[in-house]
Design a protein around this ligand. Structure first.
Ligand code: DOR
Ligand code: ZN
Length: 434
């Protein structure tokens, strides 16, 4: 693909994009940063962006890249290509790899692989506990001070259940302005086999139930611990109206707790489970309509500050099982913006500035990323996604950049918004591949 990864010295000029709040204008980038568009020479590479909206490159707080350990499901190269296709210029790579990212060496390894293979910035998330075992703190300080400069720590996949360990982790990361991102799931209320929202349907389907209280009680506890320690906590993949209520209560008290919602929890509901298709098995589970409505409202009013995909690629042989035995998770990087447009922009719940906040500025702030989630102004890093607000397409799992095929959007008609992604002034994805 010409243009891919090659920034001509003359730079790249985006012509006539909607600059969201600043009218229609041009963006010139050279050596990875925005420069004055009036300096564009005749030999500059041009992208005609008439009718396209320019947003800052998206930042995903919650990506599972599977490398090292499960390169049959996803690699850093394929996962970041999926990210670029979805409009992302940075992804936070979750720690539940093999080996677990619980040491400075492991974090630096992923960071270095990202620099070598990535089509987007790869920011390692450090584990909270050694081996995600929930008993001893991982090397939080060493990971923070490593070349990977880890700021987000999470045992995602499992909950930090022990309140004392959670308290210690929060106290520890305060020194370097880190944040503990919690997979909120009390295992005594929703055990490892829980795979369906607890209710009438879980009873009828005979699937082990996952009550909303298993999430909201952990979030309430973590809010109290954040207040106690004066530290920051973040809630991964909020799935219930009850958690939204807890977040509102915590915010009224001024507690530093942020939250993310996944695209799938904004659109899909428990009713998808009636056919026992394991594609819809995810943790936390899909919830009924009233929860989905509460999540949309919370994302609109900022109670939930960010979108996180929980892109969770799985090999076919881990996913194609009876529902109860299948691996939980679904891929989502390539379709996240499409789902946001469908659920939030089209119905008038968020405007483009709101999308930029929830999918770029705020995730970058939470993760303390200096070069991401920045305005499209002179001197800033040139990370951009060009959005076509009108295009639609039928999703085809077979054409995904991700290695995995556990795509819940397959065969659905959705917006097809990403015209091009530019990371550090270079085209990392362009529709049509030109
Ligand atoms: O569905 C999920 N899959 N939820 C998680 O928390 C972890 C993820 C995974 O790693 O597959
Ligand atoms: Zn999780």
């Amino acid at each position: 693909m010409s243009g891919m990864g090659e920034a001509p010295n003359a730079g790249l000029l985006i012509v006539g994009a909607d600059l969201v709040g600043a009218g229609q204008g041009d963006l010139l980038m050279r050596d990875g940063v925005f420069v004055d568009p009036s300096e564009a020479g005749a030999d500059v590479e041009r992208i005609d962006a008439d009718g396209l909206v320019a947003l800052p490159g998206l930042v995903d707080l919650h990506t599972h890249l599977r490398e090292p350990g499960r390169e049959d499901a996803e690699t850093i190269a394929t996962g970041t290509l999926a990210a670029a296709r979805g409009g992302y210029t940075a992804v936070l790579a979750m720690a539940n790899t093999d080996p677990v990212t619980d040491t400075a060496e492991a974090a630096e390894h992923i960071w270095a692989l990202g620099r070598r293979d990535g089509a987007a910035e790869v920011v390692p998330v450090g584990a909270v506990s050694k081996g995600l075992q929930g008993s001893e703190l991982a090397e939080l300080g060493l990971m923070a001070r490593s070349a990977a400069t880890v700021r987000v720590f999470s045992d995602d996949g499992v909950c930090v259940t022990d309140a004392r360990l959670m308290r210690r982790a929060l106290e520890y990361v305060r020194a370097f302005d880190g944040v503990i991102a919690q997979h909120a799931q009390d295992p005594r209320l929703a055990g490892a086999d829980a795979c369906c929202h607890e209710g009438e349907l879980s009873g009828r389907l005979g699937l082990p139930g996952w009550p909303p209280a298993a999430e909201s009680t952990i979030v309430a506890r973590d809010a109290e611990l954040a207040a106690l320690t004066g530290s920051r906590t973040h809630v991964c993949h909020v799935s219930t109206a009850d958690t939204v209520d807890v977040l509102r209560w915590a915010h009224r008290r001024g507690i530093a707790i942020t939250a993310e919602v996944t695209p799938h929890h904004l659109m899909l509901t428990t009713s998808e489970l009636t056919g026992y298709d394991p594609i819809y098995k995810v943790n936390p589970p899909l919830r009924p309509d009233e929860h989905v409505a509460a999540l949309r409202e919370a994302l609109a009013d900022g109670t939930i500050a960010a979108v996180g995909t929980d892109h969770a690629p799985h090999a076919r042989h881990d996913k194609q099982h009876a529902f109860i035995d299948a691996a939980p998770g679904m891929i989502g990087l390539e379709t996240a913006l499409a789902v946001l447009i469908e659920t939030m922009v089209k119905p008038g719940r968020l405007d483009w500035a709101g999308v930029a906040e929830r999918m770029s500025y705020e995730p970058a702030r939470i993760a303390r990323l200096p070069h991401q989630g920045r305005p499209l102004t002179i001197g800033e890093p040139a990370n951009v996604v060009l959005v076509d607000p009108q295009a639609r397409a039928t999703v085809d799992a077979a054409t995904s950049a991700s290695l995995a095929r556990n795509n819940p959007w397959h065969s659905r008609e959705l917006p097809d918004p990403v015209a091009a992604t530019i990371w550090r002034g270079r085209i990392s994805y362009r529709r049509g591949g030109s």
